[in-house]
Write a protein that binds this ligand. Structure first.
Ligand SMILES: [Zn+2]
Length: 176
């Protein structure tokens, strides 16, 4: 069993489906699971399996290829002399995709944490309305510009605590 095959077991159908969906939508799930099961497949085989339009199949494969989740071998048909594309699923790249996503989420969470920790917020209490920083609230003379209610200081300690927890959890997975 090569490294790739071992990973194919660890990177299960659920994770593969999730990543396929994130990259290229719901239809990509069927293609990825088919490639995962078959090892490799041509456009025609994917067409026969899924019944999707060849154009849609190509678009999806191209998106997956951009993230290296699938790889492609180009072979020439001995009789027709046409190129045959043989697509392969790359489970190790699925793992790489997830790691990158988590790092991106971590970056966003940290930005949000800084924003929440370094600002005071004012809020009218109406669910559909936004919370405003001190500067904006002052400009509005502490009246909500949407509903007109008085803006009051908003305690964001809970948000800060939740953000800190989530950042801590992801950082534990990727010690620097
Ligand atoms: Zn309001």
């Amino acid at each position: 069993m090569g490294g790739c095959e071992i990973l194919a077991v660890i990177i299960d159908d659920e994770i593969s489906s999730k990543v396929a969906r994130m990259i290229a939508g719901e239809d990509a799930v069927r293609i990825v699971l088919f490639l995962k099961r078959m090892g490799k497949a041509t456009n025609d085989q994917i067409l026969a399996e899924t019944g999707m339009r060849l154009n849609d199949i190509r678009k999806i494969l191209f998106k997956l290829y951009n993230y290296s989740v699938v790889q492609c071998d180009r072979l020439r048909d001995k009789e027709t002399r046409w190129f045959i594309f043989n697509w392969r699923f790359q489970p190790d790249q699925v793992e790489g995709f997830i790691v990158n996503m988590k790092k991106r989420v971590l970056g966003l969470l940290k930005m949000r944490f800084e924003y929440e920790a370094n600002n005071d917020f004012y809020y009218c209490g109406t669910q559909e309305c936004d919370k405003y920083t001190f500067d904006v609230a002052m400009e509005q003379v502490f009246r909500c510009p949407v509903c007109g209610k008085r803006l009051q200081h908003y305690d964001n300690d809970d948000i800060i605590r939740i953000l800190r927890d989530r950042i801590g959890k992801i950082e534990k997975e990727f010690p620097t």
